[in-house]
Design a protein around this ligand. Structure first.
Ligand code: 4AD
Length: 460
């Protein structure tokens, strides 16, 4: 077979060598009838390819053929690597290919709904281009999502989803090393698992059912079944009513549940070590991805501490009060007060990643353990990652469920699981899309979901 070179590996070390590449024709520009420039892209990396009519290898017909290729078509190009004296604008690789052979493998439609090159520009670049009088179409979020497979081709999106894959990989590796086992739980269940009303209802063989709002009940039951430490990765369904920048109707849940010996701080210790290690390794392993993302969506690296900051909910409320923000000390923080608290914490402690613990019981799900010393509070924590110690006493669990207005019939097998001797336990859950959003300081969770599902979107 022929030897193929990837565009990302084209460097000046290959100077004067003949290479064979396959990529998409991102831009095609003719200069008279004797010259043409093609920018060819493969997985977010681009190289400039030059056709110059020359007696032995490039004919005028070849130049004509090349300039008739539609954008985003696949082309095979063979040619010699050269290093131009000046920097190449509009291509990631700083070498050129002097084309000897070109073949269009598969053509894209002549008119595309999104120009990938335009979709890859940052806001600042767009402003500059418009000022310079360039013709360019601003690609809005809905158009991007409608034609996601085109939008996905930008270097930033290539980076985001490759980084997301690493988040999953690091999550699994860390937990497997800590003696957790990965389990699977059903997504078709009888009722709400979080106690909220936001469930997708469906009919399950004439019986009312819903899509799992979380693996909460089953991951706890696996702990009752002596697995000791479990985790899982899977879809989570929320029939959200609110259309916000951080809520999806389906997201990927990263869930952990574990036995504890004495205190739910053991769960927070896992959160702490897991995420510090994850952030460290993302910075280490995903340099190229982070650079590509930052070019389109400029951001500062996430600020986090070696030991994750832990603040009590009361301390958080006090910080807000001191800053003139009134909040209900036994209520939940709304998005705005969360945002302000994030800013205050960053100013005071220099971190964007922290844990707020000892939440008011009233705002936590029914399965959350009340604080033994004060029942107005709970053994729980939140802030991007939410977790808690769980109630392992069946009578208390049943009464808490009732107090929270849950139809206990729909969770009777769950409650029964605690009647046969249940260990002290706790756990946490976080949305994959939210982790990537935080790490890259992206402004919308739709940017980190390949095919987002939100209150207005079920396609593509
Ligand atoms: O805070 P939530 O609802 O907690 C649970 O589901 C618990 N069972 C977790 C536990 O083990 N105690 O959701 C968990 C996480 C949130 O912290 C957030 O990161 C993410 O899931 N999340 C969402 N992500 C995207 N869209 C939504 N609508 C989300 N709702 C929650």
């Amino acid at each position: 077979g022929r030897v193929w070179t990837t565009i990302s590996s084209l460097t000046d070390e290959l100077k004067n060598q003949t290479v064979l590449i396959r990529g998409r024709a991102q831009t095609i520009r003719a200069v008279g009838k004797k010259m043409a420039f093609l920018t060819v892209r493969e997985k977010g990396y681009t190289v400039q390819c030059v056709l110059t009519v020359a007696p032995d290898h490039v004919s005028a017909q070849m130049v004509k053929y090349a300039t008739a290729i539609s954008k985003e078509s696949f082309v095979d190009i063979e040619g010699a690597v050269t290093v131009p004296p000046e920097a190449i604008k509009g291509a990631s690789q700083q070498v050129e290919i002097q084309v000897r052979k070109i073949h269009c493998v598969n053509r894209a439609a002549p008119v595309l709904p999104i120009n990938v090159e335009d979709a890859a520009r940052s806001d600042v670049e767009i402003e500059k281009a418009l000022e310079a009088g360039e013709q360019l179409v601003r690609v809005n979020q809905d158009t991007r999502l409608n034609y996601r497979i085109l939008d996905m081709r930008t270097p930033a999106n290539q980076g985001i989803f490759r980084l997301e894959c690493q988040v999953l990989n690091l999550f699994r590796q860390f937990l497997l090393n800590e003696d957790f086992i990965e389990i699977q739980t059903p997504k078709l269940i009888a009722g709400s698992s979080e106690g909220g009303a936001a469930v997708f209802k469906l009919e399950y063989k004439k019986q009312p059912a819903c899509l799992a709002q979380s693996p909460q009940l089953h991951k706890q039951m696996a702990i009752c079944g002596d697995f000791g430490r479990v985790f899982l990765v899977g879809p989570v369904f929320r029939a959200e009513d609110s259309y916000t920048h951080r809520h999806l109707c389906e997201f990927v849940g990263l869930d952990v549940e574990m036995e504890i010996k004495e205190h739910y701080s053991e769960v927070m210790d896992i959160v702490d070590r897991l995420f510090v290690e994850m952030f460290d390794k993302l910075n280490e392993r995903c340099k190229k991805e982070l650079e590509a993302i930052g070019k389109q969506y400029p951001f500062q690296p996430l600020k986090y501490l070696r030991n994750t900051l832990r603040l009590t909910f009361e301390e958080g409320v006090q910080m807000l009060k001191d800053a003139g923000v009134e909040v209900d000390p036994l209520g939940d923080l709304n998005t705005e007060s969360e945002r302000i608290l994030g800013k205050l914490v960053l100013e005071k402690y220099g971190t964007e990643f922290y844990i707020l613990y000892r939440y008011p019981l009233a705002v936590r799900p029914f399965y959350t353990m009340p604080c033994p010393d004060n029942e107005a509070y709970s053994n729980s924590f939140d802030e991007i990652i939410s977790g808690a110690q769980r109630v392992h006493v069946p009578e208390l669990l049943e009464s808490r469920a009732k107090e929270c207005g849950i139809d206990v019939k729909t969770i009777s097998t769950y409650i029964d699981s605690f009647r046969y001797g249940a260990p002290l336990h706790g756990g946490f859950g976080v949305g994959l899309e939210r982790v990537v959003m935080l790490f890259c300081a992206l402004d919308n969770v739709r940017k980190t979901s390949l095919f987002p599902r939100d209150p207005r979107r079920l396609e593509p």
